[in-house]
Structure formats: structure tokens, C-alpha cells
Design a protein around this ligand. Structure first.
Ligand code: G3H
Ligand code: 13P
Ligand code: ZN
Length: 311
């Protein structure tokens, strides 16, 4: 099966009350860990590449590695651009074989966001590619751009219908209290996503797929593993997984997870080096890191997203 768009996946996910995991990829081991997990769980999956990841690996390698994963697993896989910042970046990914792109003009004015999103949609749809857009601003860091909690803003449900109608986008990322990175909420607080906003958006856009960014849960066992092996992660907690499961049952069809994979990979490698100070063969420490990414993704698919056995 060639790489697919998310159209069918989202339709089934919306109707079935589950979400598809969109996991960020930067190298071969991360791609293998994610897709081996999806294969074992019989789950569709989205592999997403940020502008930074594309700069790190160069524009060819990640596309070819994702194609290799598709050949190995036979899974329906979407290759998605995460947080495209301009028409040019989106066009370049479409020309390279991505099946889905995000244009993130959420920091611009409503009218500018519509204009740039529409330009991307016109080019993407002419090439059989789908487009995710964003309304509202998440806090946190993505690529080199940092948005403080004060500058973040929830999506206004009264804007969504006009935005989707005028842009023709295929899915919409909204801000309901999630944020990017590993430092989302202070320990001891009780994070609560704004389900009232999600439900209001869903009422205004019945059947339309909604996306949640910044959905890592910051597993404390990996934070501990990093800190016990020479790291210095400040205390922080992530998005409660039961709330992500609840969102998956509503209009949320795509849930973005990157930081949790980074924590699993880094924690595992730090621990490995502490226990094997003489080792210098990259395969020795990347192997357990890949295995733990796989376990993490299986947990997300089965216990959080509900996308297992949905092929
Ligand atoms: O939302 C951002 C993703 O976690 C990607 O991060 O831009 O550092 O690759 P990155
Ligand atoms: P996290 O930082 O919560 O993993 O979010 C990732 C994301 O939204 C990628 O677009
Ligand atoms: Zn994001």
C-alpha cells in the first residue's frame, strides 16, 4: 500500500470514537519503534516531520525511511508536515511526496491565516494532498518559536465555521489547554482541558476532524530515569491521558505526541550509558531506546487513542 492521506482514517476515527496517533520522527530508530508498535496493534498511524526534523535529516532521508517503514509493515501510513510555516515549505513537502501538510499561520491575524491557508489548500488539493490548519495559539516551544502561557489563546468556537468554509482545510488544530514540550503544568496542579470549547467546536462543525497538538503526558518514570542518570529535568506534568481518551471519543481524530518519545529515548540512553560506561557501539544503546519507543507507542495506541485493531 502506498502512503495514504488521512481522509479515510479520520472518517473512521470520527465515527468510531477514537483518534489516530501522530508521532514526530527524526531518525530511523524512531520510525521503526513507532511503526513496529502500530503493526503489532493493527493500527493506522501518522508519521510527522517538523521543519526542524527536515533540516536535521535533510529533505530526502525521512521520506525514504517512511517509505521503507510502509514497505516493511504494509500499514496505511500518512506522511505529514508538522507546523509548516509558509506556503514554500508546504509546497516543497508536497513536491517531495508528503500526503498531508499542516500550515500553521495561527500566530497571524484571522484574515492572514485564512489567506495563507487557502493558498496551501489550493496547491495541496490540486496534488491530492490534505491540509491541517490551526486556529488559536498553544503555549510552549515548536521549532525555534517559543510562545509564553500569557501569549497563548484558546480557539474561539465562533470563528471555526467561517475559517473552514473560506479555507477549505481538511482538519483543524484547536487550542483547548494543551501545550508543546515537556514543561506543561506544575506538579500538584490539576490540568483540565477545555472540553466546553471542544464540544462547541464540534457542534459548529459536525463530522469535521479536530486535531490536538501538545498532547504528551510527560511520564514521570522517564523523567525520573533521566534525572537519576545525570539529567536535570525540572518537575513538570503533562496532559492527563484520561482526558486525551475522552477527547478521542469526541471530534478529535489526530493527537500529536513528540515529547514523550524524546523522554523515552533520552531516559533509556542515559540509563544505558550509566550501566555500560565502556560501550561505544551506537547499536547497543539505540536498540533499547527503539524498544522503549515501541512500548510507549503501543501504550498510547491501546490505552489512550483507542486505534488498535482499526485497520
Ligand atoms: O510541535 C513541535 C514538535 O514537537 C516538533 O519539534 O520543531 O523541535 O522538531 P521540533
Ligand atoms: P508534545 O510536545 O506535547 O509532544 O506535542 C507535540 C506536537 O504537538 C507536535 O506538533
Ligand atoms: Zn504541534
Amino acid at each position: 500500500m502506498p502512503l495514504v492521506t488521512s481522509t479515510e482514517m479520520f472518517k473512521k476515527a470520527y465515527e468510531g470514537g477514537y483518534a489516530i496517533g501522530a508521532f514526530n520522527v527524526n531518525n530511523m530508530e524512531i520510525i521503526q519503534g513507532i511503526t513496529e508498535a502500530a503493526k503489532e496493534c493493527n493500527s493506522p498511524v501518522i508519521l510527522q516531520v517538523s521543519k526542524g526534523a527536515r533540516a536535521y535529516a535533510n529533505r530526502t532521508y525521512l521520506v525514504k525511511l517512511v517509505e521503507a517503514a510502509e514497505i516493511e509493515t504494509g500499514l496505511p501510513i500518512v506522511l505529514h508536515l508538522d507546523h509548516g510555516d509558509s506556503f514554500e515549505t508546504c509546497k516543497s513537502c508536497i513536491d517531495d511526496g508528503f500526503t498531508s501538510v499542516m500550515i500553521d499561520a495561527s500566530s497571524k491575524s484571522f484574515e492572514e491565516n485564512i489567506a495563507i491557508t487557502k493558498q496551501v489548500v489550493d496547491y495541496a488539493h490540486a496534488h491530492g494532498v490534505v491540509v491541517e490548519a490551526e486556529l488559536g495559539t498553544l503555549a510552549g516551544v515548536e521549532d525555534e518559536v517559543s510562545v509564553s502561557a500569557e501569549d497563548s489563546s484558546y480557539t474561539r468556537p465562533e470563528d471555526v465555521q467561517e475559517f473552514v468554509q473560506r479555507t477549505g482545510c481538511d482538519s483543524l488544530a484547536i487550542a483547548i489547554g494543551t501545550s508543546h514540550g515537556a514543561y506543561k503544568f506544575k506538579p500538584g496542579t490539576n490540568p483540565q482541558l477545555r472540553f466546553d470549547i471542544l464540544e462547541e467546536v464540534q457542534k459548529r462543525l459536525p463530522g469535521f476532524p479536530i486535531v490536538l497538538h501538545g498532547s504528551s503526558s510527560v511520564p514521570q518514570d522517564y523523567v525520573k530515569m533521566i534525572n537519576e542518570n545525570g539529567g536535570h529535568m525540572p518537575d513538570a506534568i503533562g496532559v492527563p491521558e484520561d482526558q486525551l481518551r475522552q477527547a478521542s471519543k469526541l471530534a478529535v481524530c489526530k493527537i500529536n505526541i513528540d515529547s514523550d518519545l524524546r523522554l523515552a529515548m533520552t531516559g533509556t540512553i542515559r540509563k544505558y550509558f550509566n550501566e555500560h560506561p565502556g560501550d561505544f557501539d551506537p547499536r547497543q544503546y539505540l536498540k533499547p531506546a527503539r524498544a522503549n519507543i515501541k512500548e510507549m507507542v503501543k501504550h498510547k495506541i491501546v490505552d489512550v487513542l483507542g486505534s488498535d485493531n482499526k485497520l
